[in-house]
Design a protein around this ligand. Sequence first.
Ligand code: ARG
Length: 284
Amino acid sequence: MNKIVNSAMMGVAKRIMMCRPTHFKVDYSINPWMDEKIQADFEKATKQWDTLKSTIEKCGAEVVVMESEDARDYPDIVFCANAGILRGNKIYLSHFAFPERYGEHVFYKRFFDKLGYQTSFNHKIIHEGAGDALWCGNGMNILVSGVGPRSDVQACQDIKRKLKLNSDDTFYVVAARLVDPRFYHVDTCFCPLDEDLAMAYMPAFDSVSQNNIRNYTDLLPVPEKDARRFVCNSVVIGKNVIVHHGSDTTFKLLEQHGFQVHPIDMSEFMKAGGSAKCCTLRLE
Ligand code: ARG
């Protein structure tokens, strides 16, 4: 049994958004993992989502749920990491690359308006939110933003402009070009663990991007077999790492670095090309 290091005990209060998988299914194929002939088991998916939620809560974070009964045309809306990128009270809402997900932004906007966030949306530039942009580095002030499959490089400047909180607010956006179709969002191959360290499957990036990322964070390299089990798609809460089971090589490495691994089953969501982290969005 894992002993849980509660993030509240470590003084790290966290709020995490999750979207209920009310209409989740594999209805189309917009990434190499999706095959409409291999359908997700809805009951099993719902149980897996509940377990993810309760594990996050046990690790000391509060989960804020977005309901989705009226989003029946959007089976992927459960992957709310793709809602947008947050900084302070601002959110840069996603402009999805595929028409299948484009309309989700309306639901996310409604949710964040209600919570009192200042939202922005760029009709011209494609970017898929925190699924494709992760804060890391000293002060968590570096935003590693995916470029290629799902997000435009032009988004980097636009994000900087729109998310700047005030004239003293400084952060950097690093463009990271994704080159392996299986790892089509940054959060499928890169996972910041704290200000100094991230785990990553670096062959998913082109060589220039690999060097750029190395400028800002130390890396725990994960083997391809674990990357394919979405080990980089982990939810990190303080020293707790919540992740799909079975990536034992990486789990050992994480434990050697003082992290506690909480393996759960995310098999049904992986049929849609996502795992634990994709089903969450950090609100702080
Ligand atoms: N089926 C979804 C898509 O292709 C999965 C999204 C996974 N989200 C993520 N943040 N990696 O868009």
